[in-house]
Write a protein that binds this ligand. Structure first.
Ligand code: FAD
Ligand code: FES
Length: 426
């Protein structure tokens, strides 16, 4: 393999305390420690003092760890270990790492690996299904509130110019051959790899409701979804969000911000049933109703009816009511994007996702999975902070560094509402 140009020109590693902990707001450990010594003793205090955790929220676990280390409340750190079956790695010289998926976690892996790989051990090829580099999906709703796609980008010019990184937007992988160690793209290219990281995220779950393919039915995950929703939205027109969880309420408030009048249909008896107890949920429902969201809990959708033009007209519920609607957004959960598993002979978790061990490694020692597509010891995580942990760990293993095995973190959930709902609840 050709030696990689530029590998020796990289600057020396930043001292540990200067390395950014919060990538969104470029906050270092030193700044967090200074804020802690100045009296900010919890995540909220440090967020107010430094802005750490206020972007995508992916650094919240690291900030919590730092607080624990400073106040002595942190349990002793898990020992750093290497996987029992060592990673074969490239024999010598730079190897080729292929990353499938350039979402938040794929980008985190790329950034961490390139910042730690001082000897140019890896050349990285990133295959991205979406037509643009990774962006802050957590803050996607702010795109309907005035932010641009560029504002939400997670990729800086240095990374795009890095000679050891080849980013291929709009180039999904369609097959993996673990025996030949190759990946095939939709365009028909076949790429060899020394290591492969699957970072394909999730797809929105769309329940099999009759009429779900009608014009005016959308999901809520990408810029393209939001562009389509914005184009279809009508001032003062009724719409329905299917799902009253965190993301469904976020979508409903965004639709309200577009001037629409959303209904929210939730099969569970109350909104945010997974996050709030009964009294809190009742209080939240009252606040949401006060700002104009129309909540229908304890009922499901039985049919979506389209008009003669094929566009949505109404949504029927199993409590017998029929809601007039020009637009429907499905926000009824996510499923791991693990389509590549079957053909590649990779095991899936019980509820889907590429099955990996606590080092995020599949049964093939050259193939790893991180982020929402990974079923770590059988469990998938639908928020970004655990994915960032997985990405950091795999980057270290790829560089031959031991790392603590992944443990299930407890991640706080934030409800992000825009428009009237956001203003009323701020
Ligand atoms: C509106 C919204 C709000 C959210 N709010 C929060 C929040 O407040 N807090 C929180 O923690 N999380 C939140 N999330 C979830 C968070 O965005 C995800 O946890 C995070 O994006 C997961 O990162 P990922 O890289 O695993 O997956 P993704 O970001 O989904 O990236 C996966 C990428 O892989 C691509 N891909 C899939 N298959 C292929 C293939 N075969 N070839 C090439 N590329 C492929 C996909 O197109 C995608 O670009 C939110 C999500 C949404 C949609
Ligand atoms: S908010 Fe800190 S990394 Fe995004």
């Amino acid at each position: 393999m050709e030696p990689c140009a530029g590998a020796d020109e990289r600057p020396a590693a930043a001292p540990r305390t200067e390395a950014p902990v919060c990538l969104c707001n470029n906050v270092s450990r030193r700044q967090l420690e200074e804020a802690w010594h100045a009296g900010a003793r919890d995540v909220a205090g440090l967020a107010a003092a430094t802005r750490a955790t206020t972007g995508c929220g992916g650094c919240v676990l690291d900030v919590r760890d730092i607080i624990g280390q400073l106040d002595g409340s942190a349990p002793p750190p898990e020992p750093a270990v290497s996987p029992a079956v060592p990673f074969p790695g490239p024999a010598e010289g730079p190897g080729t790492l292929v990353v499938i998926g350039h979402g938040m976690v794929g980008q985190r892996l790329l950034a961490t690996l390139r910042s730690r790989d001082r000897t140019g051990r890896w050349r990285v090829v990133v295959l991205a299904e979406e037509g643009r580099p990774a962006y802050d999906r957590v803050s996607l709703s702010s795109y309907l509130d005035g932010k641009s796609a560029e504002d939400l980008s997670l990729v800086d010019a240095d990374l795009l110019a890095d000679p050891l990184v080849e980013l291929r937007p709009g180039c999904p992988a369609v097959a993996v051959d673990p025996a030949a160690r190759t990946v095939r793209t939709a365009a028909g290219d076949v790429l060899g790899y020394d290591a492969l990281v699957l970072a394909t995220g999730s797809r929105p779950f769309v329940p099999p409701v009759p009429g779900r393919d009608s014009a005016g039915c959308f999901v809520y995950r990408t810029f393209e979804d939001l562009d389509a929703i914005r184009a279809a939205a009508g001032e003062d027109r009724p719409c329905v969000v299917i799902g009253g969880g965190v993301l469904g309420l976020e979508a409903a408030s965004a639709l309200q911000g577009l001037g629409m009048r959303p209904h929210v249909v939730e099969r569970a008896p109350r909104v945010l049933a997974a996050q709030l107890d009964e009294a809190e949920s009742r209080d939240m429902a009252r606040q949401l109703t006060d700002v104009g969201l129309r909540l229908h809990c304890g009922t499901g959708v039985t049919r979506i009816t389209a008009g003669p033009d094929g566009g949505v007209r109404s949504v029927a519920l199993d409590d017998g009511s029929v809601l007039e609607a020009d637009l429907v957004v499905f926000s009824a959960g996510i499923v791991p994007a693990d389509d590549l598993a079957g053909q590649a002979g990779l095991a899936r978790g019980e509820r889907g996702g590429f099955l990996v061990d606590r080092h995020c490694r599949t049964a093939d020692p050259r193939i790893w999975a991180v982020g929402e597509c990974a079923a770590v010891a059988g469990r998938c995580y639908g928020v970004v902070a655990p994915g960032y942990r997985m990405a950091d760990m795999v980057a270290r293993h790829l560089l031959g560094e031991p790392a603590p095995a992944f443990t299930a973190p407890d991640v706080p959930t934030r409800l992000k509402l825009v428009g009237a709902a956001g203003a009323a609840m701020a």
